[in-house]
Design a protein around this ligand. Structure first.
Ligand code: SOE
Length: 387
């Protein structure tokens, strides 16, 4: 029988659901040497958090996150709250000796992100940031192909992360549209995922130039937390203080060239998280909306048969896939979180520091800051110089 590990989750909405599901399903498919126990979930709205606790299978709930961190039976604190709360909660959790998993982006500012990283290092706890898309079997397999030299030297990394959920001008001013709560808009919310995929598959950023745009500058003020098709009464309007879209080009330390676009104004694209890599020996394409598939082109294929082949990454040989069903039986979005949490629990059980972690969160945040600086200055910016 595996040792049990007590989980305390702060927050309970969209990501709370994704993480709760992952803890519950994980032991069914993977042996992480630790069995997660959903001890306590917290949120400020008592009736809503009580309902979430009941529905998602948590043993208890709290309305003050500090009570979660004080509990001796909690070894892991999972932070799924809006971005402006990550630093305070994570630093308090680290000081209480808890292992920590945090939603992305790591923090509101680079300074906060660095303080979070210092706190986890000082208190010797394990930490992860929830860039779940790297855990799709097809993305992990792409990484293996690159590491095995199948693609050769990488020339291009191309990413579009496109959504359209705020295109309606009547969509309310939710927290993701307020800089003081979210840090940035499309940039940190979805662009950060593309940046993570780039760092995972290609390497570190050297320099970049970019620009950001806010198309709808005023929106109705509303108490709504912001369901995807929310509409609000327009009697009171407030300012949108984040970007709606961002585009940038980058050079990587290894000489590859990157082109990136992240937008919440790309009509018809619900969650189009797409990448393409072109190297000296081949190319790779992946798209989250068909997440089990990887398109691979190998220049070594015989003439006449060259082109992108479609690989359904559901075979035993594809990372994580063998834990589920026979080949061809696909998995989905929620499974990327299971894989990430499996990696986290394995890191704790086997005493290694899993990735992506707070160090990756800081490096990702440096790229976010560089894009903001470049937008202001209209100049190329060195990512490593961001303080
Ligand atoms: C909303 O844009 C959102 O839920 C992001 O916050 C997530 O990180 C992304 O995976 C899906 O879209």
């Amino acid at each position: 029988m595996n040792k049990e590990v007590g989980i305390g989750m702060i927050g309970y909405q969209f990501m709370g659901k994704a993480h709760s599901h992952a803890y519950r399903d994980l032991p069914f498919y993977f042996d992480s040497k630790l069995t997660p126990v959903l001890k306590v979930i917290s949120g400020r709205n008592e009736s809503a958090v009580a309902e979430a606790a009941e529905k998602m299978g948590w043993q208890s709930y709290e309305t003050d996150w500090r009570k979660v961190i004080e509990r001796d039976d909690i070894e892991i604190v999972d932070i799924v709250t809006p971005n402006h709360t990550h630093a305070e909660i994570a630093i308090a959790a680290a000081e209480a000796g808890k292992h920590i998993i945090t939603e992305k982006p790591l923090a509101l500012t680079l300074d906060e992100a660095k303080r979070m990283y210092e706190a986890v290092k000082k208190n010797k706890v394990k930490h992860m940031i929830c860039h779940n898309y790297r855990f799709a079997p097809a993305v992990q397999f792409a990484k293996k192909l690159i590491d095995d030299g199948k693609i050769g030297r990488i020339y291009h990394f191309r990413a579009n992360y496109l959504q359209d959920w705020i295109m309606d001008p009547d969509f309310p001013l939710v927290w993701r549209l307020k800089k003081e709560v979210s840090g940035s808009g499309a940039l940190g919310d979805i662009g950060a995922h593309s940046i993570d995929l780039a760092r995972f598959l290609v390497g570190e950023f050297d320099e970049l130039v970019g620009t950001m745009e806010t198309f709808i500058k005023q929106r109705p003020i509303s108490e709504m937390s912001g369901g995807l098709s929310a509409k609000a009464d327009k009697s009171q309007m407030g300012e949108v203080t984040v970007d709606d879209a961002v585009a940038f080009i980058a050079k990587f330390e290894n000489g590859a060239l990157g082109t990136f676009e992240a937008s919440r104004f790309a009509g018809g694209n619900r969650n189009k998280n797409k990448i393409e890599i072109n190297g000296e020996k081949g190319s790779i394409r992946w798209d989250m909306e068909n997440m089990n598939n990887l398109e691979v082109y190998l220049a070594s294929d015989e003439p006449g048969l060259q082109g992108f082949r479609l690989i359904n990454c559901t075979e035993e040989i594809h990372p994580y896939a063998g834990a589920y069903w026979p080949p061809g039986h696909i998995i989905g979005y929620e499974h990327t979180f299971i894989h990430l949490i499996h990696e986290f629990l394995s890191g704790i059980a086997e005493n290694y520091q899993p990735k992506p972690n707070f160090d990756d969160g800081v490096k990702n945040q440096q790229v976010l800051v560089a894009i903001e600086r470049s937008t202001e200055s209209k100049q190329w910016v060195k990512v490593g110089e961001m303080k």
